[in-house]
Design a protein around this ligand. Sequence first.
Ligand code: GLN
Length: 278
Amino acid sequence: MYLCSVKALVEHIVSRLTPYYPPEEAQELAYWVIQETTGMSRFDVRTHKGTKNIPNLNIIIQKLCEYVPVQYIFGHTEWLGLDLKVSPATLIPRPETAELVELVSSRQPAVGSQQSALNVLDIGTGSGCIALALKLKHPEWTVSGLDKSREALDIARINADRNKLDVQFFEADILTDTIGQYDMIVSNPPYIRPSERSTMTENTLRYEPAAALFVPESDPLLFYRRIAMLHAAPVLWFEISETQGEALLVLMGEHGYKAECLYDMYGKQRFVYATYNS
Ligand code: GLN
């Protein structure tokens, strides 16, 4: 039982997490835990003078020390104005993927006369984050998402309900199934080579779904190649590995797409925008 000042709680959590996380991250996690368990706002956590009791604090800290992502501990995360359920069946939405959504929104394609009512597909939707964020920004669009994981689709559908967004999610394996025609496809497919494991955090390696992260060492672009081959949309948006930009531009060119790389907030090549002129 920890009935103590919020400041003391923060210090306690930070000191327990310090062996496992860099200082700023330990601090962020402490704020996160207190906000979640007390319902306080971030501002209140920083300024609160009273005392609080967090009944399961030890269990929560223990999980964090085992590198369970805080989003999985509490089962949800806030992202681009959405409250999203997440579990180890889905990736935790990333800040760079939020940038992808912003880019897609800022460069709406002119597809004939349907410019205002695009039909958009999110491939490998996971928690549904990209599809739902696009629908939230563009209610006039028809947005759907596919995934091969039923567990992920269950979560995506819960997220559509939770955020009151009309997005359809369906099961398909993009590598083997065919899909219909769309005005635009957006995808953050698996793109990490196993040899890049050493650059990843324990949180991701231990708990996030490997199937959503990793590609075969020998063929890291397979998802992009398949999507380009299908010619299922005249506009494609991808999140990519910073190491694969040039190769991906060549690949898109081979399938008749004119493509360009865009950079993320860390200055890394992170997105590809490709258009097809028939
Ligand atoms: N950007 C994610 C990460 O670094 C990977 C997402 C993906 O493979 N599509 O963990």
